[in-house]
Design a protein around this ligand. Structure first.
Ligand code: HEC
Length: 272
């Protein structure tokens, strides 16, 4: 009897852990790729749970997203309330509030990019409840401004211009250069025909042999954010070149490449 009880307890504990793991994985996925490009398969893979578990906890991609946002807003809101209702002068309270805000944001490095994208695009993914909660906290409690359309446009282009996270120089610069040439060679890899420009995407939606058409993802910072592909089938960058996962020759011409050339391409990808 007691054994059964403990087993049940472990199960409930595991369910709680998986919920937290899904939320953490989702926060990273949404902040890196934006709502539309984020995938529940990728979130599940990153959280090391199966997709059924994600739907069991949250029901939909949007619900996971909203929960990521609400968790932060709830925390910030209750800290604001505690500080406002507590002792101290207005100046003390303001200092305590700024410190609390910085602390909560630092604990969630993904939060600023999710929020800025959401707010700047007119909060298309929020429901009334989340919107109300945010309004209470940011506009009501903090007397924040409401943005005009031209301010929003300026903010969006500012977000897109932010410098990339600095990356250590690649250990093998010669391999990176050989990979770059293959990537750009229209008769070989032809990767740059889709992954083009500074964003490494032409923003087209194409079927590269991975089941259906997908928007061409940006490859900026790709080396540090596996698993790869919409369903997370490539655990490593090398896995992307496995035809069953990466789509074969409809996804850049790679079948004729020698293993060394594939390694060069991977070195280049790691440097992007
Ligand atoms: C015809 C357009 C096209 C070409 C050419 C192309 N790609 Fe892609 N690439 C895509 C699309 C679309 C996806 C998303 C497919 C998916 O997730 O199923 C993708 C996904 C990827 C990913 C995974 C990105 C992620 O965030 O998961 C990598 C890495 C990648 N491509 C590298 C390359 C390389 C290297 C080449 C050249 C050998 C190449 N691509 C050629 C369109 C293209």
């Amino acid at each position: 009897m007691s054994t059964r009880k403990r087993a049940g307890g472990r199960k409930r504990g595991a369910a709680r852990d998986s919920r937290g793991a899904i939320l953490r994985a989702a926060a990273i996925e949404f902040s890196e790729r934006g709502y539309d490009a984020a995938g529940t398969d990728r979130i599940a893979t990153r959280a090391r749970v199966n997709k059924a578990m994600l739907y069991y906890h949250f029901g939909s991609k949007r619900e996971v997203y909203l929960e990521v946002v609400r968790e932060m807003v709830r925390t910030v809101g209750s800290r604001a309330r505690a500080i406002a209702d507590g002792p101290g002068t207005a100046q003390d309270k303001l200092d305590a509030w700024v410190a609390a805000l910085i602390e909560e944001a630092a604990a969630r490095p993904w939060f600023a990019s999710i929020m800025l994208r959401e707010v700047a695009s007119g909060a298309p993914h929020f429901d009334v409840h989340t919107f109300q909660l945010m309004n209470d906290v940011f506009v009501g409690r903090m007397s924040g401004p409401t943005l005009a359309t031209d301010q929003i446009d300026t903010l969006l282009s500012w977000i897109d211009k932010q410098p990339r996270v600095p990356r250590a120089a690649h250990a093998n610069p010669a391999a990176v250069e050989r990979g770059r040439a293959l990537f750009n060679d229209a008769t070989r890899g032809a990767c740059a025909s889709c992954h083009s420009g500074t964003g490494f995407t032409n923003n087209a939606t194409v079927d590269v042999g991975t089941g259906r058409a997908f928007q061409v993802p940006s490859l900026v910072g790709i080396g540090s954010r596996g698993p790869f592909m919409h369903n997370g089938c490539a655990k490593t960058l090398a896995g992307r070149f496995d035809a069953a996962c990466g789509g074969g020759d409809r996804h850049g011409r790679t079948s004729g490449m020698a293993p060394d050339e594939i390694n060069d391409l991977i070195s280049y990808l790691q440097s992007i």
